[in-house]
Design a protein around this ligand. Structure first.
Ligand code: SF4
Length: 665
């Protein structure tokens, strides 16, 4: 169950200097002086590129307040491990703007694999501003060497032991450049996370962690590499204190981010009994969700405990209905039952099922895509994350694929929901796999694919424990209106028909039907943007804009002051306009107008690379960059540290890609 965004379990920071921030001088930790006032710490969760799990369309078009799915629990835990007299602030770039010049001595940036490129940009940015920096998170835990030289300190592993050690050394002015947790942490020492530092109202679901580690040995899984195969847990009292803190913040939906909540069944039963008692004592304030291995469905007592504790959904690592592929991947626990029956068993206990699937196993041939499609539709799983087999560093799969010469070193492992992977398949060509993968997504998230799954689920999920995330009635009606206006009606008569057909079940289930349409359409939007080749009209739109610029500013193009290239690295064509010499202000205004026209096509993205800029143009260009930042991820600016210093653009609004210095004046 490695699929749901893992929570950071490790992070560490390193020492401040007594010099004020804003000073642009290179610094080394060794010259830190003993502090004469409490440390001011800023912890940053970088934004992730839009991924399958962002549900971006639903966040923008259906939900009202929420901006993201889950808060950075790892940072809240780190904050709780700080000395009491430290001043700590957490900023999550997913939901809010980053401070360009924070009141802080230290800036800590954590990251999972998908966030690593942004982590690099932010570390470079805050170091350039004179802050001490430290990097941590699950990516640093797996490959600390990749962060060498990017931050003053890199920390790998779970933080509970090394963090207090760091705080002490930091205050003594002798922090170390690298911290690695080589042992395994006893979770009995984990304090209640600082939920008070998180804007809980901006997240759809709060996060808690009961255990780390998993007893199974799936060869593609990096969870057991990071946390081991002997599950460690908190006590039920610790979990009770964390629930009290969340209840105090008005939270109602809680996701246990454990990779396998039932890794230790005996302790999981104790937890579930205490959750059921907690719910009863406090009037059932929560709905829970988590990840669990499929053997849950073979254990009647556990199923009853999940129901009684108020679990609304469980994420299962089903991976594939192909038994040979499961055996080859070492996921033998999934071969001990009928997978369709397993899913329907959970429905029978009122528990919704989210699931992860993988294509690209050695046994997979092009027929694998149709097999996955039929299974996912028959099982009625709407939140079906299909990923390409990805070799994560330090996993047995990585070593085997490398040994067999099938590892692509030009693809960064981490986000297995983009149409690329670092594994060359054995049973088909790489191109056939990518085409099959894209086609599978489009089939699953067609109106017919969404509706058939809703139907197949509602046939078995008759008494759901939950009718979707809890919201006040007024808000639910507002979200229903937004779903109909932004999602159902624009789909035309075919979608209206499929939508109405999904309402033929009991009206009591309609709220869950709406939630599934919102999820399905959100994933459809993601697939349209990232898993389909750009239609010819998109390319033509970009070509027309470039031709118009070349026509109006022929001189600038001829002398090489401006170049325009289209990069097709990602599924969305990206126009890169480079300014390498003197151009006139009219050029920037004309560019702004053409970018606005191109951006009407959701598949277009634009990067402005500024290698040269006259000082007198700085204000004009800064204003234009801020105006174009409304396109979010689709508009970015590339520049070196010196140019960055000259353009006070807010990195929280405009995507800034720092690049190595060039000789700009
Ligand atoms: S069941 Fe397998 S994939 Fe899931 S956490 Fe355990 S080892 Fe990893």
């Amino acid at each position: 169950m490695r699929i749901w965004p893992p929570e950071e379990s490790s992070d560490v920071l390193r020492g401040a200097r007594s010099i004020p921030p804003h000073s642009d001088q290179s610094h080394s930790i060794r010259s830190c002086s003993v502090r004469d006032r409490p440390v001011r710490l800023l912890l940053i969760n970088p934004r992730s590129p839009e991924s399958f799990w962002s549900f971006q369309w639903a966040m923008d078009q259906v939900l009202v307040h929420e901006r993201a799915l889950n808060p950075p629990l790892g940072l809240a835990t780190l904050a709780a491990l700080c000395p009491e007299h430290w001043t700590v602030r957490i900023v999550d770039e997913t939901i809010e703007e980053l401070p360009a010049r924070p009141e802080a001595d230290l800036v800590g940036v954590c990251a999972m694999g998908v966030q690593h490129p942004r982590q690099r940009e932010l570390l470079a940015y805050y170091r350039q501003q004179g802050y001490d920096t430290v990097a941590g998170g699950s990516f640093a835990s797996l490959c600390p060497e990749q962060l060498d030289g990017l931050a003053d300190t890199v920390v790998a592993g779970e933080a509970e032991n090394i963090w207090p050690q760091f705080c002490e050394e930091y205050e003594a002015g002798r922090p170390r450049p690298l911290y690695i947790e080589r042992g395994s942490v006893d979770l009995l020492d984990v304090p209640v996370p600082r939920f008070d530092l998180l804007r809980m109202d901006r997240y759809e679901t709060a996060s808690l962690q009961f255990s780390r580690g998993c007893p199974y040995r799936c060869d593609f899984c990096d969870i057991i590499v990071m946390f081991g195969r002997k599950p460690r847990t908190k006590t039920t009292e610790q979990v009770g204190r964390e629930l009290d803190a969340l209840r105090g913040r008005g939270v109602t939906n809680v996701f246990f981010v454990d990779d396998n909540l039932i890794g230790n069944k005996k302790l999981a039963r104790e937890l579930l009994r205490s959750l059921a008692a907690y719910q009863k004592d406090h009037g059932y304030p929560f709905e829970f969700g988590t990840e669990a291995s499929l053997n849950l469905t073979q254990d009647r007592e556990l199923l009853e405990l999940f129901r009684d504790a108020g679990f609304a959904w469980v994420f299962l690592g089903i991976e594939t209905p192909d038994v040979e592929s499961l055996k080859a991947a070492g996921k033998v626990q999934n071969t001990k039952m009928d997978l369709l029956d397993a899913v329907r068993t959970l429905y029978a206990y009122g528990i919704d099922v989210y699931a992860g699937f993988i294509v690209g196993f050695d046994n997979d041939t092009p027929e694998a895509f149709d097999r996955q499609y039929r299974f996912i539709v028959d099982a009625g799983i709407q939140v079906a994350m299909v990923g390409l087999l990805t070799a994560m560093p330090r996993t047995p799969l990585y070593e085997r694929i490398e040994r067999e010469g099938r590892l692509r070193h030009d693809v960064m492992p981490g986000d297995n929901t983009r149409a690329q992977t670092n594994v060359l398949p054995a049973g088909m060509s790489y191109e056939a796999m990518i085409d099959g993968y894209k086609a599978l997504y489009h089939r699953l998230f067609s109106d017919d694919g969404i509706a058939r799954r809703i139907d197949n689920k509602m046939r078995h999920l008759r008494q759901p424990n939950s009718l979707g995330p809890r919201h006040p009635r007024r808000l639910r009606l507002r979200m229903l209106g937004r779903l109909l206006k932004n999602g159902i009606l624009p789909g035309g008569p075919r979608r209206w028909g499929r939508f109405l057909a999904t309402l033929r079940r009991s009206p009591r289930l309609w709220p869950l039907v709406m939630v599934d349409w919102a999820r399905g359409l959100s994933m459809r939007h993601y697939a349209d943007r990232y898993l389909s080749d750009a239609p010819p009209q998109t390319e033509n739109r970009i070509a027309r804009a470039v031709a118009a610029l070349q026509h109006r500013f022929t001189g600038a193009f001829e002398r090489g002051a401006v170049t325009a290239d289209v990069d097709h690295g990602d599924a969305t064509p990206n126009l890169v306009v480079t300014i390498a010499g003197r151009v006139d202000d009219r050029f920037f205004r004309d560019l702004r107008r053409r970018v606005r026209t191109m951006m009407r096509d959701p598949k277009v993205s634009v990067t402005l690379r500024l290698a040269y800029l006259e000082h007198r143009q700085q204000d004009t260009v800064t204003r234009i960059l801020e105006q174009l930042s409304r396109y979010g991820e689709r508009f970015s600016v590339r520049l070196d540290a010196a140019m960055r210093h000259r353009l006070p653009v807010n990195p929280a609004r405009t995507r800034i890609i720092l690049e190595p210095s060039t000789t700009s004046p």
